[in-house]
Write a protein that binds this ligand. Structure first.
Ligand code: SF4
Length: 281
C-alpha cells in the first residue's frame, strides 16, 4: 500500500454561473439546482480557506471557476489570487481549474504563481456527446495538451457512474494515459434531483475496482486521487480506496456538496498507518 497520502483542498472561486450543459453538473444554470451561486468569492474568504487547508495538511489548493473556459476577467481574478496566496502561504501548491484554456492563458497563470492545471476529460470521447453538447471532448483534450506545453503540472481525470460502459471507462483511461498526467482525479457522480441523469448505479465493489483499474492503467501517474463523491460512493468502506491504489484525496468540502469533516479524514489516515505527504514529488 502507498504510505504517503497527498491531500488537496478545493476552493470554488465562483459558483453556479456556467452556461454549458454538462449533464452531471449542478453548476450549470440550465438545471436550476438548489446551490449557492456567486460571481467572485471574496479574497479574504479565499485566503482563510487556503490557510485552513494548509493547517490541515493539504499541499494542493485548487482554485475552481464554474465556466466553460478562461476569459479575461477570470484570468485576471485567478492571477491576483495566485499572487496573494503565493506571498501569504508560499508552501501551498496552487492549482487552477478554470476550464478550457489556451497556451498563452496558461503561461500567464504560470507567471502569476500557478503550478498545476486541472482539466478533466470527464468521460470517453465516444460517450461525451451524451453528457455534453455545448463543447467538445476534443477541446478538453487540447487544453490538457496546452497544459503540458506550458510546462505546468497536468492534473486530469474524469467521472464514473454517468451511465458509461466499461468500454467507455477503458477508452477514457487510455486517453488520460496518453496525456501523461501527474495526478489523476477520479470522481463518482453525485446525483442532484435537478439533473436529468440517472443516479450513479455503481456498487462499492465496482467503484473500488475502478480505482484499481485507474492505478493499473496509468502506472506513471504519481497520484491517483479520489475526489468528488467519495463519502457518498464508499460510505463506511472509504478507507479501502488506499489499498486499491489511491494515494491522494480531496479534504473539506467539494464544489457544491459538503465533504467529511477534515478531522475524520485525518483520523482515518492515522488509523490506517498512512502518513500525510509533506512535499510534492
Ligand atoms: S463546463 Fe464545467 S462548470 Fe460548466 S457545466 Fe460543464 S462541468 Fe459544469
Amino acid at each position: 500500500m502507498n504510505k504517503e497520502i497527498f491531500l488537496c483542498a478545493i476552493c470554488n472561486i465562483n459558483s453556479g454561473t456556467c452556461n454549458e450543459d454538462c449533464k452531471f453538473c449542478s453548476q450549470s444554470v440550465r438545471y436550476k439546482a438548489d446551490i449557492e451561486r456567486y460571481k467572485q468569492k471574496e479574497m479574504e474568504l479565499i485566503l482563510k480557506e487556503a490557510k485552513t487547508a494548509y493547517a490541515s495538511g493539504a499541499l494542493g489548493f485548487c482554485l475552481v471557476s464554474a465556466d466553460k473556459g478562461l476569459n479575461e476577467k477570470t484570468l485576471s481574478f485567478v492571477c491576483s489570487i495566485a499572487e496573494i496566496l503565493t506571498k501569504e502561504i508560499p508552501e501551498l501548491r496552487l492549482i487552477a481549474c478554470n476550464g478550457t484554456a489556451t497556451l498563452e492563458q496558461l503561461l500567464i497563470l504560470k507567471k502569476a504563481g500557478i503550478k498545476a492545471y486541472n482539466h478533466n476529460l470527464e468521460t470517453s470521447k465516444e460517450f461525451y456527446g451524451q453528457i455534453c453538447t455545448t463543447h467538445s471532448w476534443d477541446e478538453r483534450y487540447a487544453t490538457c495538451q496546452n497544459v503540458n506545453e506550458a510546462g505546468l503540472v497536468l492534473i486530469s481525470g474524469g467521472i464514473f457512474g454517468l451511465g458509461e460502459t466499461l468500454e467507455d471507462r477503458l477508452s477514457m483511461l487510455e486517453s488520460l494515459k496518453s496525456l501523461r498526467p501527474i495526478s489523476v482525479p477520479i470522481n463518482f457522480y453525485h446525483h442532484n434531483e435537478a439533473l436529468e441523469l440517472h443516479p450513479n448505479p455503481l456498487s462499492v465493489d465496482e467503484a473500488l475496482s475502478l480505482v484499481k483499474l485507474t492505478r493499473e492503467m496509468i502506472p506513471d501517474a504519481q497520484r491517483i486521487m479520489v475526489a468528488g463523491g467519495r463519502e457518498l460512493m464508499f460510505g463506511k468502506r472509504q478507507s479501502e480506496i488506499f489499498s486499491h491504489g489511491a494515494n491522494s484525496i480531496v479534504i473539506g468540502n467539494y464544489l457544491t456538496t459538503s465533504g467529511r469533516e477534515i478531522n475524520k479524514d485525518l483520523d482515518m489516515l492515522k488509523s490506517l498507518g498512512l502518513k500525510i505527504a509533506k512535499a510534492v514529488r
